[in-house]
Design a protein around this ligand. Structure first.
Ligand code: SF4
Length: 458
């Protein structure tokens, strides 16, 4: 089945699934109220904060090669091995090299969408490596045999009762409706994994060029244990995660926490500058940073799409998107869902299978309105549609329809010619348009705006 057909089928199922609606509506309503409160209380001027973040990120993009070099130089000086992966396959290969060198069998991994992007877990399973997710949401979807539903809240689609049932079946814990008890079950299960793992894998929320450091921000403390307990720490991060330095965190940490989860600041923020140094008694003995390109350079070189590299993966655009809310995260079948995924995926994974994603949008621009780094996602979605059209991924019927539409709308006289009979008799043909279960096609008005205007003028 093609990805396009899969998307349509799954979207239709989810749209009719009322229990799915209830769970997502509840989760997003809680998120919305917290975010709005935080924008008002934490920032004197939210819009100004967004503009500042946009400017810093634009500076980063203008000096990306230099900042990445500076990061490599500074972090290498403290004993970290930096590896540059051009593709997802290369990143997987680098990791396998590291695993073989350290005779690793067991991996513990904190939440990282970059590892999802390179299909890290699948690779580990194929190679006979045991891999455990340490983030609670990620652990839930791992135990359920699913993929993350949302880039920030991977188990957003699961109710407490469903999680309790899952833990009961997979971890043998008693059934409960207490979220705190469920957290303790996961905690107990994971403690052993931290101690016995050979490698800890994390992503990076930011890479600090000036200090040569990796910044991890999280709410559970699992990221900190993942990178500190095992003897080897591997960071897998996209090259766009670079920012100039520590001082910029004063803006980016609250900005990310506000847009990501509606918090003032996330609970645990770790700055990692390398493996255990002389006279230090804890921390990993060896540390690697795999810097992933995987299509980002191409986006960087394209003036239309460069701005998507400003993204700080806060997930706000997903929560704001009416298509994501109805169709759900799994329908996209990609590591990045919602408007972000619909912009990125065709560039990262190829147009042939993913050309349809830019059409999974009403172009209402709610995503652009909430983006904390001012990415004009709706414009990029339109740009992607144009690219899909130019690359020939649009069917003949659509091509003819679009050409016809362009021809008619190019002249007012042509539009009048078509619109008059449509308004008079169009109502008889509404059955031709497939109507959704909850959608009625409205009757066309008898007079056009132009006709009303002329009449009023007279
Ligand atoms: S595109 Fe903007 S809103 Fe969406 S995840 Fe990235 S930073 Fe957040």
């Amino acid at each position: 089945m093609s990805e396009f057909t899969r998307f349509l089928r799954q979207a239709r199922q989810k749209i009719d699934d009322l229990s799915h609606h209830r769970k997502i509506r509840k989760a997003i309503a809680t998120y919305d109220s917290k975010v709005e409160e935080m924008k008002q209380t934490q920032f004197r001027n939210w819009e100004q904060a967004r503009k500042n973040a946009q400017e810093i990120k634009n500076y980063v993009l203008n000096s990306l090669p230099q900042l990445l070099q500076k990061f490599e130089q500074n972090i290498s000086a403290r004993g970290v091995t930096v590896m540059w992966a051009e593709t997802a396959a290369e990143a997987r290969q680098y990791f396998l090299q590291i695993a073989r060198e350290h005779r690793a069998k067991k991996i513990i991994k904190s939440k990282s969408m970059t590892t999802e992007e390179i299909s890290f877990n699948e690779m580990c399973e194929q190679q006979g490596l045991e891999v455990w997710e340490s983030d609670l949401g990620e652990l839930i979807v791992q135990l359920a045999g699913e993929k993350p539903y949302h880039i920030v809240t991977p188990a957003m689609h699961k109710s407490t009762a469903e999680i309790s049932q899952l833990f009961h079946e997979k971890l043998g814990s008693p059934l409960t409706d207490s979220a705190a008890e469920l957290t303790m079950v996961a905690r107990q299960h994971l403690r052993q994994a931290y101690i016995t793992a050979d490698i800890g894998v994390t992503g990076a929320n930011f890479l600090l060029a000036e200090e040569g450091a990796v910044l991890l921000t999280e709410n559970e403390g699992n990221g900190r244990l993942t990178m500190a307990c095992p003897p080897v720490h591997v960071v897998i991060a996209g090259i766009e995660k670079i920012i100039p330095g520590l001082a910029d965190l004063a803006l980016f940490l609250p900005l990310l926490a506000t847009s990501g989860t509606g918090q003032q600041i996330t609970c645990y923020n770790s700055i990692i500058r390398g493996p255990r140094q002389q006279l230090e008694t804890d921390g990993p003995k060896k540390m690697y940073v795999i810097l992933l390109d995987n299509g980002r350079s191409q986006l960087y070189g394209d003036p239309h799409f460069r701005e998507i590299l400003r993204c700080i993966r806060c997930g706000a655009c997903l929560n704001a998107c009416p298509v994501f809310r109805l169709a759900g995260g799994h329908t996209y079948h990609t590591p990045y869902q919602g408007p972000l995924g619909s912009v990125l995926t065709p560039h990262l994974r190829g147009w042939a299978e993913w050309y349809h994603l830019p059409y999974a949008s009403s172009l209402c621009a709610a995503c652009s309105f909430v983006c904390p780094v001012h990415i004009e996602l709706h414009r990029l979605l339109l740009e992607n549609r144009w690219q899909a059209y130019r690359k020939g991924y649009v069917g003949l019927i659509w091509k003819v329809a679009l050409k016809g539409w362009a021809f008619i709308f190019a002249r007012r006289s042509r539009l009048d010619l078509v619109a008059r009979p449509l308004r008079r008799w169009g109502g008889h043909f509404t059955w031709l348009v497939p109507a959704g279960k909850r959608k009625r096609i409205p009757a066309l008005p008898r007079k056009s705006f132009k006709e009303l205007w002329l009449k009023n003028e007279q």
